[in-house]
Design a protein around this ligand. Structure first.
Ligand code: ADP
Ligand code: MG
Length: 347
């Protein structure tokens, strides 16, 4: 055989082997999809061995969030939460295991935060109507609502999976925790559909699993609470963790120079006044989301003490003066903008 054809054969063989190797070890594919769900932009990033699986996992993640929205949204009259609210003072309503879990975990976070996190705030959220026009409720109106914002009047029959708001006018509002739990459940579904790694982001409530195909961790920016959207305070890498931010800058209205925002102190039923934003990093989105809202109400002193006391929970709090409090486990992980004033560690 002439030398040239042998060379040619070798080239073809090498090329064929390369193709075979590529087929055995294909590069993972990244697919990103976004949709409007739960009143916000939901983005899922799916990393899978091939394009089809990456797409399937992303679609399944979004579908899971749509399913949960139908169970929990107070804008959907047939949702389980709407049914529980409509039956307040009258009767118990059967709910799905997911809804029961969400309520149980909310009660747990209420206990951790000394009642600062309270999903019975529904009537107060309605009175302020901040997610729509926003209005200032009168003192008398808030006084009437106060006895309704009481988790002691929420009765749960775990065996029968029934939930009963025992006082007429009570209402659950899962806006402070539902998106974090939805991110957890969507991430589970994506993994069951073959995703090796991924991100589920319901605006500021984010859950990650695994790493990028190049081995890098997923990177996130913490929004600066007083600068335009996209200006960040600091940057953080996450691996198999969730991050969630509660702030006074997303939904609010201004009146006479006062900012009225959507995180209410269950004791006063007024917007909480001790922080500008709270970011929590935890294993689970449900914990990160529930705690960000509760710790926003507690404020930096009590809030940071709670973060330090909880295992596998870290956080960043921006106080009312714009100073940044960073938990001990994040001090080496968080890359803060050098301009940002940091509160010196107390421990
Ligand atoms: P988002 O992710 O939409 O910014 P947050 O996690 O910051 O939500 O929670 C704010 C929402 O939680 C409010 O819009 C309201 O529905 C609900 N909420 C307000 N105050 C409280 C509270 N003290 N405890 C529990 N939920 C609350
Ligand atoms: Mg929250």
């Amino acid at each position: 055989m002439p030398r040239q054809s042998i060379d040619h054969m070798i080239v073809i063989m090498v090329m064929t082997m390369a193709t075979m190797l590529a087929a055995c070890h294909p590069q993972p594919v990244i697919v990103k999809r976004s949709q409007l769900l739960m009143g916000t932009v939901v983005s899922v990033t799916s990393v899978a061995p091939d394009r089809e699986r990456a797409h399937r996992a992303a679609a399944a993640g979004l579908e899971e969030i749509r399913r949960l929205e139908k169970l929990w949204s107070t804008w959907i009259p047939t949702s389980e939460v709407s049914q529980v609210n409509a039956a307040a003072g009258r009767q118990a309503i059967p709910v799905s295991p997911e809804t029961l879990d969400l309520i149980d975990r909310s009660i747990h976070i209420a206990a951790l935060t000394e009642g600062a996190f309270n999903i019975a705030v529904g009537p107060a959220v309605r009175a302020w109507n901040i997610s729509d026009q926003g209005r200032l409720p009168s003192r008398e109106e808030l006084a009437k609502i106060r006895p309704l914002v009481d988790l002691a009047a929420l009765r749960i029959d775990r065996q029968a999976r029934r939930v009963f708001l025992t006082r007429a006018g009570m209402a659950l509002d899962i806006g402070g925790i539902g998106k974090g739990y939805a991110a957890d459940l969507a991430a589970d579904v994506m993994q069951r559909h073959g995703a090796l790694a991924g991100v589920v982001a319901l605006s500021g409530d984010i859950k990650t699993f695994g790493r990028m195909p190049d081995g890098h961790r997923f990177v996130f920016g913490i929004q600066h609470p007083r600068r335009e959207h996209g200006v960040i305070l600091g940057r953080l890498e996450l691996e198999n963790e969730a991050v969630s931010t509660a702030g006074d800058y997303q939904r609010y209205f201004m009146q006479n120079g006062i900012r009225y925002h959507h995180i209410l102190d269950p004791r006063t039923l007024e917007p909480a006044r001790l922080a500008r934003s709270v970011t929590i990093v935890a294993r689970e989105g449900i914990m990160a989301d529930g705690l960000d809202t509760g710790i926003f109400v507690l404020g930096p002193e009590k809030g940071m003490a709670l973060i330090e006391a909880l295992p596998e929970v870290e956080g960043v709090i921006v106080d009312t003066q714009g100073r940044v409090w960073v938990s001990s486990g994040l001090r080496t992980r968080l890359q803060l903008d050098p301009q940002v004033p940091v509160v010196e560690a107390t421990k």
